[in-house]
Design a protein around this ligand. Structure first.
Ligand SMILES: *Cc1c(COP(=O)(O)O)cnc(C)c1O
Length: 380
């Protein structure tokens, strides 16, 4: 296929031609029943191959420089299906210690039932991954930038380590999105997304995706059709519409995040800012070497005397809401939400304090976002 630029892929790859009426956008096919005799493809929603599913997957594959992709009903459906396609009884998973909370819960609660072993790394350096490996390790899973402290993992080093031991690698690329980073270019085997986040981008869709080689996607598909985590075609169509502006949105959000990170860093009531685009970030150089932009997620710590709950309550424009990556700015306290199930000790160990605020930067005007934060701090 011809190599298109980012926004052309977002707008056009995977379009379904409306041959009958010549409409400008992909028609939506809601059939859950298709011709079965004498057809090349036997289509069925749970086979992940209705026209809208099949074609949107092409857009995601192109964005992630992958041969193929498969889309799911949620990010967790994508990750759980991917894990179960590559791990079976007696196998071992090495997984990064700082990770999306839902993924941690899935591993801890479900893997023992399947007899799959796992080790969470001590840190996110390549040596930590090497130390966690066993003779039965089959998969290494990483997340970079990670939730909520935006740590950066060296994709090339991890993929080299895994390749030297014949182990497969997977990565959660939700935070950066393919706009800012393409893990497959660094040798990572499989990349997954919560499409609920930047792909959807308007906080109104729940979906997921995995992109990889045709061989790996086939292996995932074989499990996917059994687990049945497929996406409704109505949502697929909405996701296609959303993804046309993925490049525009994420670039605008990334630009805003850089400006806000710099401003927050110099704010007297903010004690710390975690953003890979700042020179003060411990892995800034590494981030620069593997990301095109530093993304639109950041975290900051309010000074000791400011209460994070009261701060959120005072915000007028920025919403305090669970999810992330919409065009509107949102914040959460990880200790009250995504990491509430961890003990205080566990949170201290990974550096999640009670004063930490995770900030998903939207497309609003930076001066209005600054003003909102300023007035909230002044009120409390
Ligand atoms: C939200 C999220 C997920 C899970 O996705 P759902 O669509 O909520 O199932 C996985 N990884 C990351 C980094 C996320 O932010």
């Amino acid at each position: 296929m011809k190599k298109y630029g980012l926004n052309t892929i977002c707008t056009h790859v995977g379009e379904i031609k409306d041959k009958q009426f010549k409409g400008a956008v992909s028609p939506i096919f809601l059939s859950s029943s298709y011709e079965f005799l004498d057809v090349d493809v036997k289509r069925y929603p749970r086979y992940f191959n209705t026209p809208n599913q099949e074609y949107l997957a092409k857009k995601i594959a192109a964005l992630e420089h992958a041969e193929e992709a498969i889309i799911f009903g949620s990010g967790m459906a994508a990750i759980s299906t991917m894990f179960l396609a590559f791990l079976q009884k007696g196998d071992h998973l090495v997984v990064q210690n700082t990770l999306y909370g839902g993924t941690v819960n899935f591993i801890k609660e479900e893997f023992p039932k399947y007899g799959i072993e796992f080790t969470f790394t001590e840190g996110y350096d390549v040596r930590d991954f090497e130390n966690a490996m066993q003779s039965n390790t089959k998969l290494i899973h990483i997340e970079t930038p990670s939730n909520p402290l935006m740590t950066i993992t060296n994709m090339k080093a991890i993929s080299n380590l895994a390749k030297s031991k014949g182990v497969v690698t997977s990565m959660d690329n939700t935070f950066a999105s393919p706009v800012n980073q393409n893990p497959l270019d660094y040798g990572i085997d499989m990349v997954m997304h919560s499409a609920t986040k930047y792909f959807g981008g308007h906080s109104d869709i729940c979906a997921g995706a995995v992109a990889s080689s045709s061989e790996n996607i086939e292996r995932i598909w074989n499990v996917a059709k059994n687990l049945g985590g497929s996406l409704s075609d109505m949502t697929v169509w909405m996701l296609e519409r959303s993804m046309k502006t993925l490049g525009l949105r994420v670039k605008a959000q990334t630009k805003n995040a850089m400006k806000l990170a710099k401003w927050l860093q110099n704010h007297p009531k903010i004690s710390k800012v975690y953003y890979p685009g700042l020179k003060s970030h411990p892995e800034h150089k590494l981030a620069k070497s593997q990301m095109r932009g530093f993304g639109a997620m950041l975290s900051f710590e309010l000074t000791e005397n400011l209460d994070s709950y009261k701060f959120q309550k005072q915000l007028k424009l920025i919403k305090s809401s669970m999810s992330l990556a919409g065009i509107e700015s949102t914040v959460i306290s990880p200790h009250l939400t995504s990491h509430a199930l961890l003990t205080q000790d566990e949170r201290d160990k990974v550096g999640i304090s009670d004063h930490l605020i995770r900030f998903s930067v939207g497309i609003e005007n930076v001066k209005d976002i600054k003003q909102d934060i300023e007035q909230a701090i002044n009120t409390i």
